[in-house]
Design a binder for this molecule. Sequence first.
Ligand code: 5RP
Length: 225
Amino acid sequence: MNTQEQLKKAVGEKAASFVQDGMKVGLGSGSTVYWLVHALGERIKEEGIQIEGIPSSIQTGAWAKEFGVPLTNFAETKELDITIDGADEVDPDFQLIKGGGAALFREKIIAQAAEKLLIIVDESKMVNYLGAYALPVEILPFAWERTVHEIKKLGCEPELRMKDGEPLVTDNGNFIADCPFEKIEDPADLDRKLQAIAGVVETGLFINMADTVIIGNSEGVTVKN
Ligand code: 5RP
């Protein structure tokens, strides 16, 4: 396992220790969350804790099944105790860019549903300003060219995310526009402007949502509130 993978494993394991018996847990997406789900499966086996998760992607649901983490859904459960997820960038105010794995829409739903949002990252994701990572924005396939045209007016050159020569289709049947703003001075303002464009389903800006960030670096794991 390389060093970055070890950091992901360490923060995933630390995050799993925040989950208590009886909790309903939102499960984010991505390679760091893989280790969270793995660690939760271990705790269920070894300590017998009883929890239920709601996954934010088909992939995370498959990992939950693989590691023995029971799942529920929003028909059964409207509120979650905690959501744990990765991020692509985290700024000093805990504003986030997410959506590198194209799961941002469901990730935002499980983040909003939770009493606490805990973010797990390695230190390479900590930035002074958001935007070096191209902001993922989920858009409707209908008139996507027009939606991208409107996004462009906000100061970036969006690129439609592709997979195998075709537009990537999210778990929700939509497309992703990756928007390189480079330096986002006011994430809340940009989020409002993007959300005002018809055709934008959801943005990868998670504003005032994260309560706690767990950061892995070569010295170990740091928890910031
Ligand atoms: C997926 C996400 C992920 O949380 C984000 O991309 C981080 O992933 P990783 O842990 O693999 O670096 O937002 O949509």
